[in-house]
Design a protein around this ligand. Structure first.
Ligand code: PLP
Length: 353
């Protein structure tokens, strides 16, 4: 096997998806499986569909192209680039949008191709990432309804991403009110009211999810088993659907503080060292081109991550009972940022289990 490696347990992804789909189903909510954190690796995306996700969602055109063989509607999460409208219409059925000029360009392109593209209008309820400002939403919807190449499928919101605003009964209730105002004003029915990402899950258990919310777009909760409003583990999910593994290339007892005058490290930072005396120090053949040192959590709790340069990851093994040797493999769980980095790096071997 090649190292560093990212080991992907598709059965655990499927089981995590199933648990969340069941949880959502009780509230008449469908799950769009978000594939961007694992760069839309098709086997992992397929596991989401087998677990009951009804749609696949990603933020990149390149990722969408990897999903063409999977039979499910594709949703573009990031507001489309005007320069990518052609590829958008070709590879995705629906997109989240907030700009008239972009929606008009999508409509023109769809008509040219003899298609109709679905639009979910994003509403900004105050998190200050994407979305039409909530006071302008009803009027904006009217302008979208006039375009023939697109269909206004619904409205949505994205919270806790930039501003950190937590989804509540109140702000999602406000989204539902806006949807109903649009329906009344234009005498239409909206199919989708998309109530956010993994940070909305806490409302399900509390029974505080507004009734008409009928879609969630879930990534981290499926991949890692965390809800993201408070960072809590979701009971019954697997934490280890993804495992990072790297190999020991040096193992020696050395001081914990470098000898000599301290200048800058490889990344222009002046490093600070805690004096732990003489330690058992391992260097692994992995570095910042593969992973971020703050994004990996050693499966053995007695191991600590000291730092990393481009190609070297340095660990303290002093507290471990196990006798490691050069060539041994050390395994890690991942945070969201760690998983994103490992999936994005072409140097990390992806192993499907
Ligand atoms: C990334 C993203 C999601 C998924 O977020 P998770 O926290 O991983 O569930 C949902 N919606 C949008 C618009 C996103 O960009």
């Amino acid at each position: 096997m090649k190292y560093p490696a990212l080991i992907i347990d598709t059965n655990k992804i499927k089981e995590n998806t199933r648990l969340l789909v069941d949880k959502c189903e009780k509230h008449s909510i469908s799950v769009a499986g978000v594939t961007k954190v694992f760069c839309a690796i098709p086997e992992a995306a397929k596991a989401m569909l087998e677990g009951g996700a009804y749609m696949l969602a990603d933020s990149r055109i390149e990722n969408g192209k990897k999903l063409t063989d999977l039979d499910a509607p594709k949703l573009m999460l990031r507001l489309p680039l005007l320069s990518q409208v052609d590829e958008l219409v070709e590879n995705f059925d629906i997109s989240l949008n907030s700009e008239y000029d972009t929606i008009k360009a999508i409509s023109d392109k769809a008509l040219e191709k003899g298609k109709q593209h679905g639009i979910i209008m994003m509403v900004d309820l105050g998190d200050l990432r994407e979305g039409v400002w909530y006071e302008d939403a009803v009027e904006f919807a009217g302008t979208v309804l006039e375009l023939k190449g697109v269909k206004l499928l619904g409205i949505g919101v994205n919270l806790t991403c930039y501003g950190g605003v937590i989804p509540t009964q109140k702000n999602l209730g406000q989204l539902v009110e806006i949807a109903e105002e649009i329906e009344k004003t234009y005498n239409i029915k909206l199919e989708i009211i998309s109530g956010g990402n993994s940070s909305s899950i806490h409302l399900l258990d509390k029974g505080e999810m507004p009734k008409r919310i009928n879609q969630l777009r879930l990534g981290e909760s499926i991949a890692l088993g965390f809800e993201t409003a408070y960072g809590d583990r979701i009971k019954g999910t697997h934490r280890d659907a993804f495992t990072f593994a790297a190999q020991i290339i040096e193992l020696k007892e050395k001081p914990s503080v470098p000898i000599g005058e301290i200048g800058m490290d490889a990344f222009g930072q002046k490093p600070v060292f805690e004096d732990r005396g003489l330690i058992k120090r391992a260097i692994l053949g992995a570095g910042r081109q593969d992973i971020r040192p703050d994004g990996i959590v050693p499966k053995c709790e007695k191991i600590s991550v000291l730092g990393a340069s481009s190609d070297h990851l340095i660990l303290d093994l002093t507290a471990c009972d196990r006798e490691y040797k050069v060539g041994d493999i050390i395994e890690f769980d991942l945070t969201y940022g760690g998983l994103l980095a490992a999936c994005t790096s072409e140097y990390v071997e992806k192993v499907i289990r």
